[in-house]
Design a protein around this ligand. Structure first.
Ligand code: MRU
Length: 354
């Protein structure tokens, strides 16, 4: 049995008969927990980004499926499954890009369809499955973090790593993917410092990644997104590690808007660019990144900060929340089973299944 290294940051917690979510919209100024007792509230929490980050959304949706199942008032199995399909449909409508959402819902549905017994027993099994998805993600992230150490540059002895957005404990069940690699590097004496892109427009880097690092005493320097090229040119960055929302079968990777420009800049400066993600983030049904649906969010994320309006009336806005980094710009994808060149993803997956 693996023992979990605690980061003491668990964004999704099952608590007796409800879910507690860390309200990520209130960090870093306020640490608050939101109680979620029905699937409609879970769907709203995902939409409004109280919970965000691909794996964390998956875990939250799994609990959402159970909460929805619990509300269904029939003893008839077929009727139960029909109503559960509707719950799944509503949860799927929350955010389009992160594949972990669809993956977790599909796993919960498969469990329901394949479990024999009473409706009561199905409900119990669904809760167990949601808890298993939660626990597995924590374990997977720790494995990603540790496997990341195998591919980080051997020198200098202590690395300066740049990351984008928040792919940390807050974005997963705990520990993080990209920030999991940073954590493992820190715990094994291989990290000098993490540079965090602030990540406009929602500022997940400034608000969440910086907060997580401060909680744990990891040295962190916050920069604006436009400073990355300058930092690389001046030799401040030894490697870039980012997370992923969806990886196509050819290795093209959707992640927070700005990741693509970061990859281009890294290539121009010969800085290795790593994507850290669980195998569940790979969408084998799509052959390339052009098929990944990109979420567009409200323009107010661009023109407003708090109560302050930043731009004049009459301006048009475009606010894609994610972009796709072509596989050719990615040095390796770090998974729980080790790192792999994007071009070798398929063979790599086949090996894990043997
Ligand atoms: O819009 P968000 O905050 O949900 O976007 C999060 C990201 O882009 C993360 O990098 C990605 O989900 C990986 S999280 C381990």
């Amino acid at each position: 049995m693996m023992t979990f290294r605690t980061t003491q940051v668990y964004p999704v917690i099952w608590n007796e008969d409800h879910v507690l979510l860390i309200d990520q919209n209130r960090l870093p100024t306020e640490y608050a927990l939101v109680e979620i007792s029905c699937y409609e509230d879970m769907a709203e929490a995902i939409k409004t980004m109280i919970v965000r980050g691909a794996p964390a959304i998956g875990v939250a949706a799994a609990y959402g499926m159970y909460l929805g199942a619990r509300e269904i008032k029939t003893e008839d199995r077929d009727e139960f499954l029909a109503q559960l399909d509707k719950v799944a449909q509503e949860l799927r409508q929350t955010r389009p890009t992160a594949v972990n959402l669809f993956w977790a819902i599909a796993r919960m549905l498969k469990t329901a369809y394949e479990t024999l017994g009473s409706v009561e027993y199905l409900k119990e099994t669904l809760l167990k499955t949601a808890k298993a998805i939660n626990a597995e993600d924590l374990q997977t992230c720790q494995a990603i973090g540790d496997r990341g150490l195998e591919v980080l540059p051997a020198s200098p002895a202590q690395l300066n790593i740049l990351t984008h957005c928040n792919a940390g404990a807050l974005a997963t069940a705990g520990y993080g993917t990209a920030l999991g690699v940073v954590r493992s590097a820190w715990h094994s004496g291989r990290l000098a410092r993490v540079y965090a892109d602030e990540t406009r427009p929602r500022l997940q880097g400034a608000k969440l990644t910086a907060w997580e690092c401060v909680q744990e005493g990891i040295p962190v320097t916050l920069i604006t997104d436009s400073m990355a090229a300058h930092c690389m040119k001046h030799g401040l960055i030894d490697a870039v590690v980012v997370g992923a929302d969806r990886i196509a079968a050819n290795g093209d990777t959707a992640n927070k808007i700005g990741t693509y420009s970061l990859a281009l800049v890294a290539k121009a400066h010969n800085v290795p660019f790593f994507v850290a993600a669980p195998l569940s983030t790979i969408d084998w049904e799509i052959s390339s990144g052009s098929q990944i649906p990109i979420e567009e969010r409200h323009a107010s994320e661009i023109y407003q900060v708090g109560d302050t309006i930043l731009s004049p009336a009459g301006v048009d806005f475009y606010n894609p929340a994610f972009d796709v980094t072509p596989a050719g710009l990615i040095s390796a994808i770090i998974t729980e089973h080790g790192a792999v060149a994007p071009a070798e993803l398929k063979q790599f997956q086949a090996k894990q299944l043997v």
